[in-house]
Design a protein around this ligand. Sequence first.
Ligand code: ADP
Length: 605
Amino acid sequence: MNSTTRDPLTILRETFGHPGFRPLQREIIDGVLSGRDTLAVMPTGGGKSLCYQVPALAFPGMTVVISPLIALMQDQVRALEERKVSAAFLNSSLDREEWLDTVNRVRSGDIKLLYLAPESLANERTRELLADTPIDCLTVDEAHCISEWGHDFRPEYRTLASLRDLAPRAVCLALTATATKQVRADIKKTLGLRDSAEFVASFNRANIYLSVEKKRNPVHRILEFLDQRPGEAGIVYCFSRKQVDDLAAELADRGHAALPYHAGLSDERRAANQEAFLSGDARVMVATVAFGMGIDKPDVRFVIHYDLPKGPEQYYQEIGRAGRDGSPAVALLLYGWGDAKKIRFFMEDLSGGELKKAEKRLQAMTEYAEARGCRRRILLEWFGEAYEGNAEGPCCDLCDSPPAEERDVTLSAQKLLSCVARTGERFGAGYVIDVLTGSRQKRVVENGHHKLSTWGIGTEYSKDDWFALAKALTDSGYLHKSGDYGVLSLSRDAREALTKREQILLAFEAAEAPAARHAPKKGSFPEPRDPESEGLYQALKRLRSGLAQAASVPAYVVFSDRTLDALAAARPRSREELLEVTGIGPAKLEKYGEFILKTVRGESL
Ligand code: ADP
Protein backbone atom coordinates (compact mmCIF):
# COMPACT_ATOMS: atom_id res chain seq x y z
CA MET A 1 0.00 0.00 0.00
CA ASN A 2 1.30 3.46 -0.83
CA SER A 3 1.02 5.26 2.47
CA THR A 4 1.50 8.77 1.05
CA THR A 5 -1.92 8.58 -0.52
CA ARG A 6 -3.60 8.35 2.85
CA ASP A 7 -4.51 11.46 4.77
CA PRO A 8 -4.05 11.70 8.54
CA LEU A 9 -7.65 11.00 9.42
CA THR A 10 -7.71 7.89 7.25
CA ILE A 11 -4.50 6.67 8.87
CA LEU A 12 -5.94 7.36 12.31
CA ARG A 13 -9.06 5.37 11.51
CA GLU A 14 -7.68 2.57 9.39
CA THR A 15 -4.43 1.87 11.16
CA PHE A 16 -5.07 2.99 14.73
CA GLY A 17 -8.80 2.46 14.91
CA HIS A 18 -9.68 5.79 16.52
CA PRO A 19 -12.61 7.75 15.12
CA GLY A 20 -11.18 11.26 15.62
CA PHE A 21 -8.22 13.29 16.83
CA ARG A 22 -7.73 14.56 20.32
CA PRO A 23 -7.11 18.27 20.97
CA LEU A 24 -4.02 19.55 19.12
CA GLN A 25 -3.14 16.21 17.51
CA ARG A 26 -4.44 17.30 14.13
CA GLU A 27 -2.69 20.68 14.26
CA ILE A 28 0.61 19.09 15.26
CA ILE A 29 0.37 16.42 12.58
CA ASP A 30 -0.51 18.92 9.85
CA GLY A 31 2.40 21.13 10.88
CA VAL A 32 4.86 18.25 10.81
CA LEU A 33 3.57 17.05 7.43
CA SER A 34 4.04 20.54 6.02
CA GLY A 35 7.69 20.40 7.08
CA ARG A 36 7.56 22.82 9.98
CA ASP A 37 9.69 22.04 13.03
CA THR A 38 7.42 21.66 16.02
CA LEU A 39 7.57 21.59 19.78
CA ALA A 40 4.50 19.98 21.30
CA VAL A 41 3.81 19.95 24.99
CA MET A 42 1.01 17.65 26.03
CA PRO A 43 0.12 16.16 29.38
CA THR A 44 0.68 12.49 30.02
CA GLY A 45 -2.09 10.58 28.34
CA GLY A 46 -2.73 13.42 25.91
CA GLY A 47 -1.83 11.23 22.96
CA LYS A 48 1.68 12.28 21.96
CA SER A 49 2.62 9.05 20.22
CA LEU A 50 0.12 9.48 17.41
CA CYS A 51 1.59 12.92 16.66
CA TYR A 52 4.60 11.23 15.09
CA GLN A 53 3.15 7.81 14.26
CA VAL A 54 0.50 9.20 11.93
CA PRO A 55 2.94 11.42 9.95
CA ALA A 56 5.41 8.52 9.85
CA LEU A 57 2.88 6.58 7.83
CA ALA A 58 2.22 9.51 5.52
CA PHE A 59 5.88 10.28 4.77
CA PRO A 60 7.66 8.30 2.05
CA GLY A 61 10.89 7.92 4.06
CA MET A 62 11.67 6.85 7.61
CA THR A 63 10.84 8.51 10.93
CA VAL A 64 13.44 8.27 13.69
CA VAL A 65 12.15 8.42 17.25
CA ILE A 66 14.58 9.15 20.06
CA SER A 67 13.30 7.81 23.36
CA PRO A 68 15.11 7.28 26.65
CA LEU A 69 12.98 4.40 27.78
CA ILE A 70 14.08 1.08 26.40
CA ALA A 71 11.18 -0.89 27.85
CA LEU A 72 8.75 1.56 26.34
CA MET A 73 10.37 1.30 22.93
CA GLN A 74 9.80 -2.43 22.89
CA ASP A 75 6.16 -1.97 23.81
CA GLN A 76 5.64 0.67 21.15
CA VAL A 77 7.27 -1.43 18.44
CA ARG A 78 5.24 -4.45 19.41
CA ALA A 79 2.03 -2.42 19.38
CA LEU A 80 2.88 -0.96 15.97
CA GLU A 81 3.71 -4.38 14.55
CA GLU A 82 0.32 -5.58 15.70
CA ARG A 83 -1.16 -2.83 13.58
CA LYS A 84 0.93 -4.01 10.65
CA VAL A 85 3.22 -0.99 10.80
CA SER A 86 6.87 -1.91 10.20
CA ALA A 87 8.81 -0.56 13.14
CA ALA A 88 12.03 -1.48 14.90
CA PHE A 89 14.39 -0.27 17.58
CA LEU A 90 18.13 -0.05 18.09
CA ASN A 91 19.36 -0.04 21.63
CA SER A 92 21.70 -1.78 24.00
CA SER A 93 19.25 -4.63 24.66
CA LEU A 94 19.87 -6.14 21.20
CA ASP A 95 22.48 -8.80 20.56
CA ARG A 96 24.77 -8.55 17.53
CA GLU A 97 22.57 -10.60 15.27
CA GLU A 98 19.40 -8.68 16.08
CA TRP A 99 21.26 -5.45 15.62
CA LEU A 100 22.54 -6.44 12.16
CA ASP A 101 19.14 -7.69 11.16
CA THR A 102 17.55 -4.36 12.07
CA VAL A 103 20.26 -2.44 10.25
CA ASN A 104 19.60 -4.48 7.11
CA ARG A 105 15.89 -3.83 7.31
CA VAL A 106 16.55 -0.10 7.64
CA ARG A 107 18.90 -0.15 4.65
CA SER A 108 16.36 -1.97 2.54
CA GLY A 109 13.83 0.78 3.24
CA ASP A 110 11.49 -1.60 4.99
CA ILE A 111 11.18 0.37 8.26
CA LYS A 112 8.80 3.29 8.71
CA LEU A 113 9.55 3.99 12.35
CA LEU A 114 12.94 3.45 13.94
CA TYR A 115 13.22 3.94 17.70
CA LEU A 116 16.64 4.83 19.07
CA ALA A 117 18.05 5.31 22.53
CA PRO A 118 20.01 8.57 22.71
CA GLU A 119 23.20 6.75 23.65
CA SER A 120 23.04 4.77 20.40
CA LEU A 121 23.87 8.00 18.59
CA ALA A 122 27.36 7.85 20.00
CA ASN A 123 27.84 4.70 17.93
CA GLU A 124 29.61 5.56 14.66
CA ARG A 125 27.90 2.78 12.73
CA THR A 126 24.47 4.02 13.79
CA ARG A 127 25.39 7.50 12.63
CA GLU A 128 26.53 6.16 9.28
CA LEU A 129 23.31 4.25 8.94
CA LEU A 130 21.24 7.36 9.60
CA ALA A 131 23.32 9.47 7.22
CA ASP A 132 22.70 6.90 4.43
CA THR A 133 18.95 6.56 5.01
CA PRO A 134 16.27 8.94 3.75
CA ILE A 135 14.78 10.34 6.94
CA ASP A 136 11.70 12.53 6.79
CA CYS A 137 11.08 13.15 10.44
CA LEU A 138 13.19 13.25 13.58
CA THR A 139 11.09 12.88 16.68
CA VAL A 140 12.53 13.55 20.11
CA ASP A 141 10.26 12.04 22.74
CA GLU A 142 10.57 13.10 26.40
CA ALA A 143 12.36 16.15 25.04
CA HIS A 144 12.59 17.78 28.48
CA CYS A 145 15.50 15.39 29.16
CA ILE A 146 17.56 17.81 27.06
CA SER A 147 17.24 20.56 29.60
CA GLU A 148 19.19 20.88 32.77
CA TRP A 149 16.17 22.72 34.04
CA GLY A 150 13.94 19.70 33.61
CA HIS A 151 13.43 17.24 36.42
CA ASP A 152 14.91 14.43 34.39
CA PHE A 153 18.02 15.78 32.69
CA ARG A 154 19.99 13.21 30.69
CA PRO A 155 23.39 14.33 29.48
CA GLU A 156 23.25 12.01 26.46
CA TYR A 157 20.33 14.09 25.17
CA ARG A 158 22.74 16.92 24.62
CA THR A 159 24.24 14.98 21.72
CA LEU A 160 20.94 15.21 19.87
CA ALA A 161 21.98 18.59 18.51
CA SER A 162 24.32 16.81 16.10
CA LEU A 163 21.54 14.45 15.01
CA ARG A 164 20.05 17.16 12.87
CA ASP A 165 23.23 17.37 10.80
CA LEU A 166 22.82 13.70 9.96
CA ALA A 167 19.38 14.29 8.53
CA PRO A 168 19.28 17.89 7.37
CA ARG A 169 16.16 17.37 5.30
CA ALA A 170 14.11 15.93 8.13
CA VAL A 171 11.50 17.91 10.00
CA CYS A 172 12.02 17.84 13.75
CA LEU A 173 9.26 17.15 16.25
CA ALA A 174 10.03 17.51 19.95
CA LEU A 175 7.50 16.08 22.40
CA THR A 176 7.26 16.39 26.13
CA ALA A 177 4.72 16.24 28.92
CA THR A 178 6.51 18.56 31.27
CA ALA A 179 7.89 21.84 30.16
CA THR A 180 8.12 25.12 31.94
CA LYS A 181 8.97 28.15 29.81
CA GLN A 182 12.64 27.70 30.57
CA VAL A 183 12.65 24.05 29.53
CA ARG A 184 10.80 24.88 26.34
CA ALA A 185 13.36 27.52 25.44
CA ASP A 186 16.16 25.05 26.16
CA ILE A 187 14.65 22.38 23.94
CA LYS A 188 14.25 24.76 21.03
CA LYS A 189 17.78 26.06 21.39
CA THR A 190 19.44 22.68 21.69
CA LEU A 191 17.54 21.12 18.82
CA GLY A 192 17.89 24.22 16.68
CA LEU A 193 14.15 24.60 16.19
CA ARG A 194 14.09 27.86 14.30
CA ASP A 195 10.79 29.29 13.14
CA SER A 196 9.18 26.36 14.78
CA ALA A 197 5.56 25.93 15.67
CA GLU A 198 4.81 25.48 19.32
CA PHE A 199 1.76 23.74 20.69
CA VAL A 200 1.03 23.61 24.36
CA ALA A 201 -2.00 21.60 25.30
CA SER A 202 -3.76 22.54 28.49
CA PHE A 203 -2.37 20.73 31.48
CA ASN A 204 -5.62 20.96 33.28
CA ARG A 205 -6.88 17.47 33.90
CA ALA A 206 -10.29 18.69 34.91
CA ASN A 207 -11.57 15.26 35.93
CA ILE A 208 -8.90 14.78 38.60
CA TYR A 209 -9.96 16.20 41.95
CA LEU A 210 -7.02 17.51 43.95
CA SER A 211 -6.83 17.17 47.71
CA VAL A 212 -4.31 17.23 50.50
CA GLU A 213 -4.73 15.95 54.03
CA LYS A 214 -2.46 16.09 57.02
CA LYS A 215 -0.67 12.80 57.46
CA ARG A 216 -2.05 11.40 60.66
CA ASN A 217 -2.35 7.67 60.97
CA PRO A 218 -1.89 7.27 57.19
CA VAL A 219 -2.44 3.52 57.03
CA HIS A 220 -5.77 3.92 58.74
CA ARG A 221 -6.67 6.74 56.38
CA ILE A 222 -5.82 4.69 53.31
CA LEU A 223 -7.89 1.76 54.57
CA GLU A 224 -10.78 4.09 55.17
CA PHE A 225 -10.36 5.56 51.68
CA LEU A 226 -10.40 2.09 50.11
CA ASP A 227 -13.51 1.16 52.06
CA GLN A 228 -15.23 4.30 50.84
CA ARG A 229 -14.53 3.37 47.23
CA PRO A 230 -15.17 -0.31 46.92
CA GLY A 231 -13.85 -1.88 43.75
CA GLU A 232 -12.07 1.20 42.43
CA ALA A 233 -8.50 0.75 41.21
CA GLY A 234 -5.70 3.04 42.26
CA ILE A 235 -2.05 3.61 42.99
CA VAL A 236 -0.45 4.48 46.33
CA TYR A 237 2.98 6.04 45.96
CA CYS A 238 5.46 5.73 48.82
CA PHE A 239 8.93 7.17 49.30
CA SER A 240 10.88 3.99 50.07
CA ARG A 241 10.85 0.37 49.03
CA LYS A 242 10.39 -0.73 52.61
CA GLN A 243 7.32 1.44 53.00
CA VAL A 244 5.95 -0.08 49.81
CA ASP A 245 6.47 -3.63 51.09
CA ASP A 246 5.01 -2.85 54.51
CA LEU A 247 1.98 -1.02 53.23
CA ALA A 248 1.20 -3.55 50.50
CA ALA A 249 1.37 -6.33 53.10
CA GLU A 250 -0.80 -4.41 55.53
CA LEU A 251 -3.46 -3.68 52.91
CA ALA A 252 -3.39 -7.29 51.76
CA ASP A 253 -3.78 -8.42 55.38
CA ARG A 254 -6.89 -6.29 55.61
CA GLY A 255 -8.38 -8.05 52.65
CA HIS A 256 -7.50 -5.64 49.85
CA ALA A 257 -6.02 -6.93 46.60
CA ALA A 258 -2.84 -4.85 46.86
CA LEU A 259 0.57 -5.60 45.36
CA PRO A 260 3.97 -3.95 45.70
CA TYR A 261 6.10 -2.51 42.90
CA HIS A 262 9.62 -1.14 43.22
CA ALA A 263 13.05 -1.49 41.70
CA GLY A 264 14.16 -3.91 44.43
CA LEU A 265 11.82 -6.65 43.19
CA SER A 266 12.90 -9.12 40.53
CA ASP A 267 12.01 -8.34 36.92
CA GLU A 268 9.56 -11.25 36.86
CA ARG A 269 7.84 -10.16 40.03
CA ARG A 270 7.53 -6.58 38.82
CA ALA A 271 6.14 -7.68 35.48
CA ALA A 272 3.67 -10.03 37.16
CA ASN A 273 2.47 -7.41 39.63
CA GLN A 274 2.09 -4.81 36.91
CA GLU A 275 0.14 -7.25 34.79
CA ALA A 276 -2.14 -8.09 37.74
CA PHE A 277 -2.85 -4.40 38.21
CA LEU A 278 -3.46 -3.73 34.51
CA SER A 279 -5.77 -6.71 34.20
CA GLY A 280 -7.73 -5.75 37.30
CA ASP A 281 -6.73 -8.78 39.37
CA ALA A 282 -5.01 -6.43 41.79
CA ARG A 283 -6.95 -3.38 42.81
CA VAL A 284 -4.21 -1.33 44.42
CA MET A 285 -0.63 -0.91 43.32
CA VAL A 286 1.58 0.24 46.17
CA ALA A 287 4.69 1.58 44.49
CA THR A 288 7.72 3.80 44.43
CA VAL A 289 8.33 6.24 41.60
CA ALA A 290 9.61 3.24 39.61
CA PHE A 291 6.02 2.43 38.71
CA GLY A 292 3.94 4.06 36.06
CA MET A 293 6.05 5.14 33.11
CA GLY A 294 4.12 4.14 30.04
CA ILE A 295 1.29 2.56 32.01
CA ASP A 296 -1.89 2.97 30.07
CA LYS A 297 -4.65 1.80 32.36
CA PRO A 298 -7.63 4.00 31.64
CA ASP A 299 -9.70 3.36 34.77
CA VAL A 300 -7.27 4.26 37.57
CA ARG A 301 -9.68 6.07 39.89
CA PHE A 302 -7.27 7.40 42.50
CA VAL A 303 -3.63 8.14 43.12
CA ILE A 304 -2.68 8.53 46.76
CA HIS A 305 0.70 9.89 47.79
CA TYR A 306 1.74 8.50 51.13
CA ASP A 307 4.76 10.82 50.97
CA LEU A 308 5.50 14.18 49.47
CA PRO A 309 6.85 13.95 45.89
CA LYS A 310 10.08 15.78 45.07
CA GLY A 311 8.46 18.36 42.85
CA PRO A 312 5.39 19.38 40.86
CA GLU A 313 6.55 17.69 37.63
CA GLN A 314 6.83 14.34 39.33
CA TYR A 315 3.56 14.86 41.17
CA TYR A 316 1.72 15.91 38.06
CA GLN A 317 3.04 12.95 36.13
CA GLU A 318 2.06 10.52 38.87
CA ILE A 319 -1.44 11.82 39.44
CA GLY A 320 -1.84 11.99 35.66
CA ARG A 321 -2.07 8.22 35.69
CA ALA A 322 -5.53 8.58 37.19
CA GLY A 323 -8.66 9.17 35.16
CA ARG A 324 -7.25 8.67 31.68
CA ASP A 325 -10.72 7.60 30.59
CA GLY A 326 -12.01 11.06 31.43
CA SER A 327 -14.24 9.91 34.31
CA PRO A 328 -13.83 11.51 37.74
CA ALA A 329 -10.71 10.53 39.66
CA VAL A 330 -9.04 11.67 42.88
CA ALA A 331 -5.49 12.70 43.72
CA LEU A 332 -4.92 12.63 47.46
CA LEU A 333 -1.66 13.76 48.99
CA LEU A 334 -1.01 12.86 52.62
CA TYR A 335 1.30 15.56 53.85
CA GLY A 336 3.42 15.17 56.96
CA TRP A 337 5.62 17.78 58.53
CA GLY A 338 8.73 15.65 58.29
CA ASP A 339 8.33 14.80 54.60
CA ALA A 340 10.22 17.74 53.17
CA LYS A 341 13.09 17.09 55.58
CA LYS A 342 13.31 13.52 54.38
CA ILE A 343 13.64 14.67 50.77
CA ARG A 344 16.21 17.30 51.71
CA PHE A 345 18.27 14.61 53.36
CA PHE A 346 18.57 12.84 50.02
CA MET A 347 19.47 16.08 48.27
CA GLU A 348 22.74 16.17 50.13
CA ASP A 349 24.56 14.56 47.20
CA LEU A 350 23.62 17.44 44.95
CA SER A 351 25.50 20.68 44.69
CA GLY A 352 25.49 24.00 42.88
CA GLY A 353 22.82 24.49 40.26
CA GLU A 354 21.41 21.00 40.64
CA LEU A 355 20.82 21.55 44.32
CA LYS A 356 19.19 24.92 43.70
CA LYS A 357 16.81 23.44 41.19
CA ALA A 358 15.92 20.55 43.45
CA GLU A 359 15.25 22.98 46.26
CA LYS A 360 13.06 25.11 44.06
CA ARG A 361 10.99 22.12 43.06
CA LEU A 362 10.62 20.93 46.63
CA GLN A 363 9.64 24.40 47.71
CA ALA A 364 6.95 24.49 45.02
CA MET A 365 5.70 21.12 46.19
CA THR A 366 5.43 22.20 49.82
CA GLU A 367 3.67 25.35 48.73
CA TYR A 368 1.14 23.18 46.96
CA ALA A 369 0.71 21.01 50.05
CA GLU A 370 0.39 23.95 52.42
CA ALA A 371 -1.67 26.05 50.02
CA ARG A 372 -4.53 28.13 51.28
CA GLY A 373 -5.92 28.92 47.83
CA CYS A 374 -6.89 26.80 44.80
CA ARG A 375 -4.43 23.95 44.36
CA ARG A 376 -5.14 23.57 40.66
CA ARG A 377 -4.11 27.14 40.06
CA ILE A 378 -0.82 26.58 41.89
CA LEU A 379 -0.06 23.40 39.99
CA LEU A 380 -0.92 24.84 36.58
CA GLU A 381 0.98 28.03 37.20
CA TRP A 382 4.08 25.95 37.75
CA PHE A 383 3.65 24.76 34.17
CA GLY A 384 3.17 28.31 32.99
CA GLU A 385 -0.56 28.01 32.50
CA ALA A 386 -3.07 30.49 33.84
CA TYR A 387 -6.09 28.87 35.39
CA GLU A 388 -9.43 30.56 35.39
CA GLY A 389 -11.53 28.08 37.31
CA ASN A 390 -12.87 24.64 36.71
CA ALA A 391 -16.17 24.91 34.94
CA GLU A 392 -16.38 21.21 34.41
CA GLY A 393 -16.67 19.99 37.94
CA PRO A 394 -15.27 20.00 41.43
CA CYS A 395 -11.74 21.38 41.58
CA CYS A 396 -9.94 20.84 44.84
CA ASP A 397 -10.46 20.52 48.57
CA LEU A 398 -9.66 24.18 49.17
CA CYS A 399 -12.16 25.42 46.60
CA ASP A 400 -14.75 23.16 48.23
CA SER A 401 -14.09 24.42 51.72
CA PRO A 402 -11.82 27.44 51.94
CA PRO A 403 -9.68 27.40 55.09
CA ALA A 404 -10.28 29.85 57.90
CA GLU A 405 -7.96 32.80 57.96
CA GLU A 406 -4.73 32.34 59.89
CA ARG A 407 -3.98 34.51 62.88
CA ASP A 408 -1.04 35.14 65.11
CA VAL A 409 -1.79 33.11 68.24
CA THR A 410 1.79 32.91 69.44
CA LEU A 411 1.26 34.02 73.01
CA SER A 412 -1.79 31.89 73.79
CA ALA A 413 -0.30 28.90 71.99
CA GLN A 414 2.89 29.25 74.02
CA LYS A 415 0.82 29.24 77.22
CA LEU A 416 -1.05 26.11 76.25
CA LEU A 417 2.04 24.29 74.99
CA SER A 418 4.01 25.20 78.13
CA CYS A 419 1.16 24.00 80.28
CA VAL A 420 1.19 20.66 78.46
CA ALA A 421 4.95 20.48 79.06
CA ARG A 422 4.77 21.53 82.73
CA THR A 423 2.07 19.03 83.60
CA GLY A 424 4.36 16.34 82.25
CA GLU A 425 2.62 15.51 78.95
CA ARG A 426 0.41 13.06 80.84
CA PHE A 427 -3.04 14.65 80.58
CA GLY A 428 -5.83 15.32 78.12
CA ALA A 429 -6.91 18.74 76.97
CA GLY A 430 -9.59 19.06 79.66
CA TYR A 431 -7.12 18.78 82.50
CA VAL A 432 -4.46 20.97 80.90
CA ILE A 433 -7.06 23.65 80.31
CA ASP A 434 -8.25 23.35 83.92
CA VAL A 435 -4.74 24.12 85.06
CA LEU A 436 -4.34 26.88 82.54
CA THR A 437 -7.56 28.54 83.60
CA GLY A 438 -6.80 28.23 87.29
CA SER A 439 -9.01 25.39 88.45
CA ARG A 440 -8.68 24.16 92.02
CA GLN A 441 -10.22 20.81 91.35
CA LYS A 442 -9.11 18.11 93.75
CA ARG A 443 -7.02 16.41 91.11
CA VAL A 444 -5.21 19.61 90.17
CA VAL A 445 -4.42 20.36 93.77
CA GLU A 446 -3.42 16.78 94.55
CA ASN A 447 -0.98 16.87 91.67
CA GLY A 448 0.37 20.16 92.94
CA HIS A 449 -0.40 21.72 89.60
CA HIS A 450 -2.02 24.76 91.20
CA LYS A 451 1.53 25.80 92.02
CA LEU A 452 2.76 25.70 88.43
CA SER A 453 3.77 28.94 86.74
CA THR A 454 1.24 28.18 84.02
CA TRP A 455 -1.65 27.76 86.46
CA GLY A 456 -4.33 30.33 85.91
CA ILE A 457 -2.52 32.27 83.19
CA GLY A 458 -5.06 31.42 80.52
CA THR A 459 -7.27 34.38 81.16
CA GLU A 460 -7.77 35.51 77.61
CA TYR A 461 -10.08 32.75 76.43
CA SER A 462 -13.10 30.81 77.56
CA LYS A 463 -12.65 27.10 78.11
CA ASP A 464 -14.36 26.44 74.80
CA ASP A 465 -11.85 28.63 73.05
CA TRP A 466 -8.96 26.90 74.77
CA PHE A 467 -10.37 23.60 73.56
CA ALA A 468 -10.61 25.01 70.05
CA LEU A 469 -7.03 26.23 70.26
CA ALA A 470 -5.86 22.84 71.51
CA LYS A 471 -7.59 21.25 68.55
CA ALA A 472 -6.06 23.73 66.11
CA LEU A 473 -2.63 23.01 67.59
CA THR A 474 -3.27 19.28 67.22
CA ASP A 475 -4.49 19.65 63.64
CA SER A 476 -1.45 21.62 62.67
CA GLY A 477 0.94 19.12 64.21
CA TYR A 478 2.14 21.03 67.27
CA LEU A 479 0.39 18.70 69.66
CA HIS A 480 0.04 14.95 69.47
CA LYS A 481 -2.98 13.27 70.99
CA SER A 482 -2.69 9.66 72.03
CA GLY A 483 -4.40 6.85 73.86
CA ASP A 484 -7.99 6.46 74.96
CA TYR A 485 -7.74 9.53 77.16
CA GLY A 486 -6.41 11.84 74.46
CA VAL A 487 -3.18 12.54 76.34
CA LEU A 488 -1.46 15.56 74.81
CA SER A 489 2.25 15.75 74.11
CA LEU A 490 4.46 18.19 72.26
CA SER A 491 5.77 17.54 68.76
CA ARG A 492 9.26 18.49 67.72
CA ASP A 493 7.84 21.56 66.00
CA ALA A 494 6.20 22.62 69.25
CA ARG A 495 9.44 22.27 71.20
CA GLU A 496 11.25 24.27 68.57
CA ALA A 497 8.56 26.91 68.53
CA LEU A 498 8.83 27.25 72.31
CA THR A 499 12.62 27.38 72.57
CA LYS A 500 13.10 29.62 69.55
CA ARG A 501 10.05 31.70 70.38
CA GLU A 502 8.77 31.25 66.86
CA GLN A 503 5.63 32.89 65.65
CA ILE A 504 2.65 30.54 65.56
CA LEU A 505 -0.01 31.19 62.95
CA LEU A 506 -3.19 29.16 63.04
CA ALA A 507 -6.60 29.13 61.49
CA PHE A 508 -8.23 29.81 64.82
CA GLU A 509 -10.52 32.48 66.06
CA ALA A 510 -11.71 32.92 69.63
CA ALA A 511 -15.48 32.83 69.84
CA GLU A 512 -15.75 35.72 72.25
CA ALA A 513 -14.01 38.99 72.84
CA PRO A 514 -11.62 38.72 75.82
CA ALA A 515 -13.41 41.46 77.75
CA ALA A 516 -16.51 39.31 78.05
CA ARG A 517 -14.74 36.86 80.32
CA HIS A 518 -13.77 36.84 83.93
CA ALA A 519 -10.20 36.30 84.88
CA PRO A 520 -9.94 33.66 87.57
CA LYS A 521 -8.11 35.11 90.50
CA LYS A 522 -5.30 33.04 91.85
CA GLY A 523 -6.14 31.85 95.31
CA SER A 524 -9.84 32.58 95.14
CA PHE A 525 -11.90 29.56 96.00
CA PRO A 526 -14.46 28.54 95.08
CA GLU A 527 -14.17 30.07 91.66
CA PRO A 528 -17.01 32.30 90.63
CA ARG A 529 -18.94 30.77 87.79
CA ASP A 530 -19.14 32.83 84.62
CA PRO A 531 -22.63 33.32 83.15
CA GLU A 532 -22.05 30.59 80.60
CA SER A 533 -21.00 28.04 83.20
CA GLU A 534 -23.87 29.10 85.39
CA GLY A 535 -26.34 28.24 82.66
CA LEU A 536 -24.75 24.85 82.17
CA TYR A 537 -24.63 24.30 85.92
CA GLN A 538 -28.37 24.82 86.16
CA ALA A 539 -29.01 22.53 83.20
CA LEU A 540 -26.87 19.81 84.77
CA LYS A 541 -28.70 20.23 88.04
CA ARG A 542 -32.00 19.65 86.27
CA LEU A 543 -30.51 16.62 84.59
CA ARG A 544 -29.41 15.32 87.99
CA SER A 545 -32.90 15.63 89.52
CA GLY A 546 -34.39 13.85 86.54
CA LEU A 547 -31.91 11.00 86.77
CA ALA A 548 -32.34 10.76 90.55
CA GLN A 549 -36.10 10.62 90.27
CA ALA A 550 -35.98 7.97 87.62
CA ALA A 551 -33.70 5.81 89.77
CA SER A 552 -35.55 6.69 93.02
CA VAL A 553 -32.35 7.77 94.73
CA PRO A 554 -31.32 11.05 96.34
CA ALA A 555 -29.69 13.58 93.99
CA TYR A 556 -26.26 13.43 95.62
CA VAL A 557 -26.07 9.70 94.84
CA VAL A 558 -26.10 10.62 91.17
CA PHE A 559 -23.39 13.30 91.48
CA SER A 560 -22.16 15.58 94.20
CA ASP A 561 -22.45 19.33 93.87
CA ARG A 562 -18.71 19.46 93.39
CA THR A 563 -18.97 17.23 90.41
CA LEU A 564 -21.71 19.44 89.02
CA ASP A 565 -19.49 22.42 89.57
CA ALA A 566 -16.53 20.78 87.91
CA LEU A 567 -18.66 19.65 84.98
CA ALA A 568 -19.97 23.15 84.42
CA ALA A 569 -16.42 24.53 84.45
CA ALA A 570 -14.75 21.85 82.35
CA ARG A 571 -17.52 21.49 79.74
CA PRO A 572 -16.31 18.03 78.75
CA ARG A 573 -16.73 17.22 75.08
CA SER A 574 -15.85 13.55 75.03
CA ARG A 575 -15.94 10.48 77.20
CA GLU A 576 -12.21 10.90 77.79
CA GLU A 577 -12.63 14.43 79.01
CA LEU A 578 -15.54 13.35 81.20
CA LEU A 579 -13.34 10.85 82.96
CA GLU A 580 -11.04 13.67 83.96
CA VAL A 581 -13.76 15.38 85.92
CA THR A 582 -13.71 14.78 89.64
CA GLY A 583 -16.33 12.29 90.77
CA ILE A 584 -16.77 10.64 87.39
CA GLY A 585 -15.37 7.13 87.19
CA PRO A 586 -15.99 4.39 84.64
CA ALA A 587 -19.29 3.33 86.28
CA LYS A 588 -20.78 6.85 86.26
CA LEU A 589 -19.45 7.33 82.78
CA GLU A 590 -21.34 4.26 81.59
CA LYS A 591 -24.56 5.24 83.34
CA TYR A 592 -24.70 8.97 82.73
CA GLY A 593 -21.96 9.88 80.26
CA GLU A 594 -24.15 10.32 77.20
CA PHE A 595 -26.74 12.41 79.13
CA ILE A 596 -24.05 14.75 80.41
CA LEU A 597 -22.37 15.16 77.04
CA LYS A 598 -25.68 15.96 75.42
CA THR A 599 -26.46 18.52 78.10
CA VAL A 600 -23.05 20.15 77.64
CA ARG A 601 -23.67 20.33 73.92
CA GLY A 602 -27.03 21.92 74.62
CA GLU A 603 -28.92 19.10 72.91
CA SER A 604 -32.23 17.81 74.11
CA LEU A 605 -32.16 14.42 75.80
P1 ADP B 1 1.19 10.22 25.98
O1 ADP B 1 2.40 9.68 25.26
O2 ADP B 1 0.90 11.64 25.63
O3 ADP B 1 1.22 9.99 27.45
P2 ADP B 1 -0.15 8.21 24.49
O4 ADP B 1 0.34 8.57 23.14
O5 ADP B 1 0.46 7.02 25.15
O6 ADP B 1 -0.07 9.44 25.46
O7 ADP B 1 -1.72 8.04 24.43
C1 ADP B 1 -2.47 7.77 25.58
C2 ADP B 1 -3.66 6.92 25.27
O8 ADP B 1 -4.60 7.65 24.50
C3 ADP B 1 -3.33 5.70 24.44
O9 ADP B 1 -4.08 4.62 24.94
C4 ADP B 1 -3.79 6.05 23.05
O10 ADP B 1 -4.17 4.91 22.31
C5 ADP B 1 -4.97 6.95 23.34
N1 ADP B 1 -5.21 7.90 22.26
C6 ADP B 1 -4.32 8.78 21.73
N2 ADP B 1 -4.90 9.53 20.76
C7 ADP B 1 -6.18 9.10 20.67
C8 ADP B 1 -7.29 9.48 19.84
N3 ADP B 1 -7.21 10.42 18.92
N4 ADP B 1 -8.45 8.82 20.04
C9 ADP B 1 -8.57 7.86 20.96
N5 ADP B 1 -7.55 7.46 21.77
C10 ADP B 1 -6.37 8.07 21.62
